[in-house]
Ligand binder design. Structure first.
Ligand SMILES: [Zn+2]
Length: 172
């Protein structure tokens, strides 16, 4: 029944997802303030505490950007909204824009979600020789996409703190 809580930096930037129990400890230690509760309660001997859904840290913490986002099938599909970046169809594979066999790197600006057909058409060609066109230039995802990839699901209360494109991606 108890789930996870979104932790925001003091600046309201989402930084991680923790267990709601861990989030409650942060609140009780005055390290974070409770912004949204789930409606459930933790019951202790003499008190009941609302289960946190979103908390905000009392003090700003520095978080390294991009290094935290692992390139996996799941995270690439989340960034590209499960759409083939060449034709817009349902994505089934990960494609390297510059093929690995031609020196392409396994990096956020060189991987895209692709359907089986486009992936097969691309093979180990350079983009300009493949007859395919990229709909968007691939880039490292913003934090919201990382959160979705890491947590698997997104609570409704988290939506205002993550990116608009992500709200679209998960249909909330
Ligand atoms: Zn395609």
């Amino acid at each position: 029944m108890f789930g996870r809580a979104l932790v925001l930096n003091a600046t309201f930037e989402p930084i991680c997802v923790v267990s709601s129990r861990r989030a409650l400890v942060l609140v009780l230690d005055d390290k974070a303030e409770l912004l949204h509760a789930t409606g459930f309660e933790y019951r202790a001997a003499r008190a009941a505490y609302p289960e946190p859904s979103v908390v905000r840290l009392a003090h700003y913490v520095r978080v390294p950007r991009q290094t935290r986002v692992a390139i996996t099938r799941r995270s690439v599909f989340a960034r590209d909204e499960h759409r083939c970046q060449y034709c817009g169809g349902q994505a089934e594979n990960i494609d390297h824009v510059v093929p690995r066999s031609r020196g392409g790197t396994h990096s956020w600006d060189n991987v895209v979600a692709a359907c089986r057909r486009c992936n097969a058409q691309k093979e180990d060609h350079f983009l300009e020789d493949s007859g395919l066109v990229l709909r968007h230039l691939p880039r490292a995802p913003r934090s919201g996409v990382w959160l979705l990839a890491a947590s698997g699901e997104l609570r409704t209360e988290w939506a205002p703190y993550v990116t608009p494109s992500l709200e679209h991606a998960v249909g909330i």
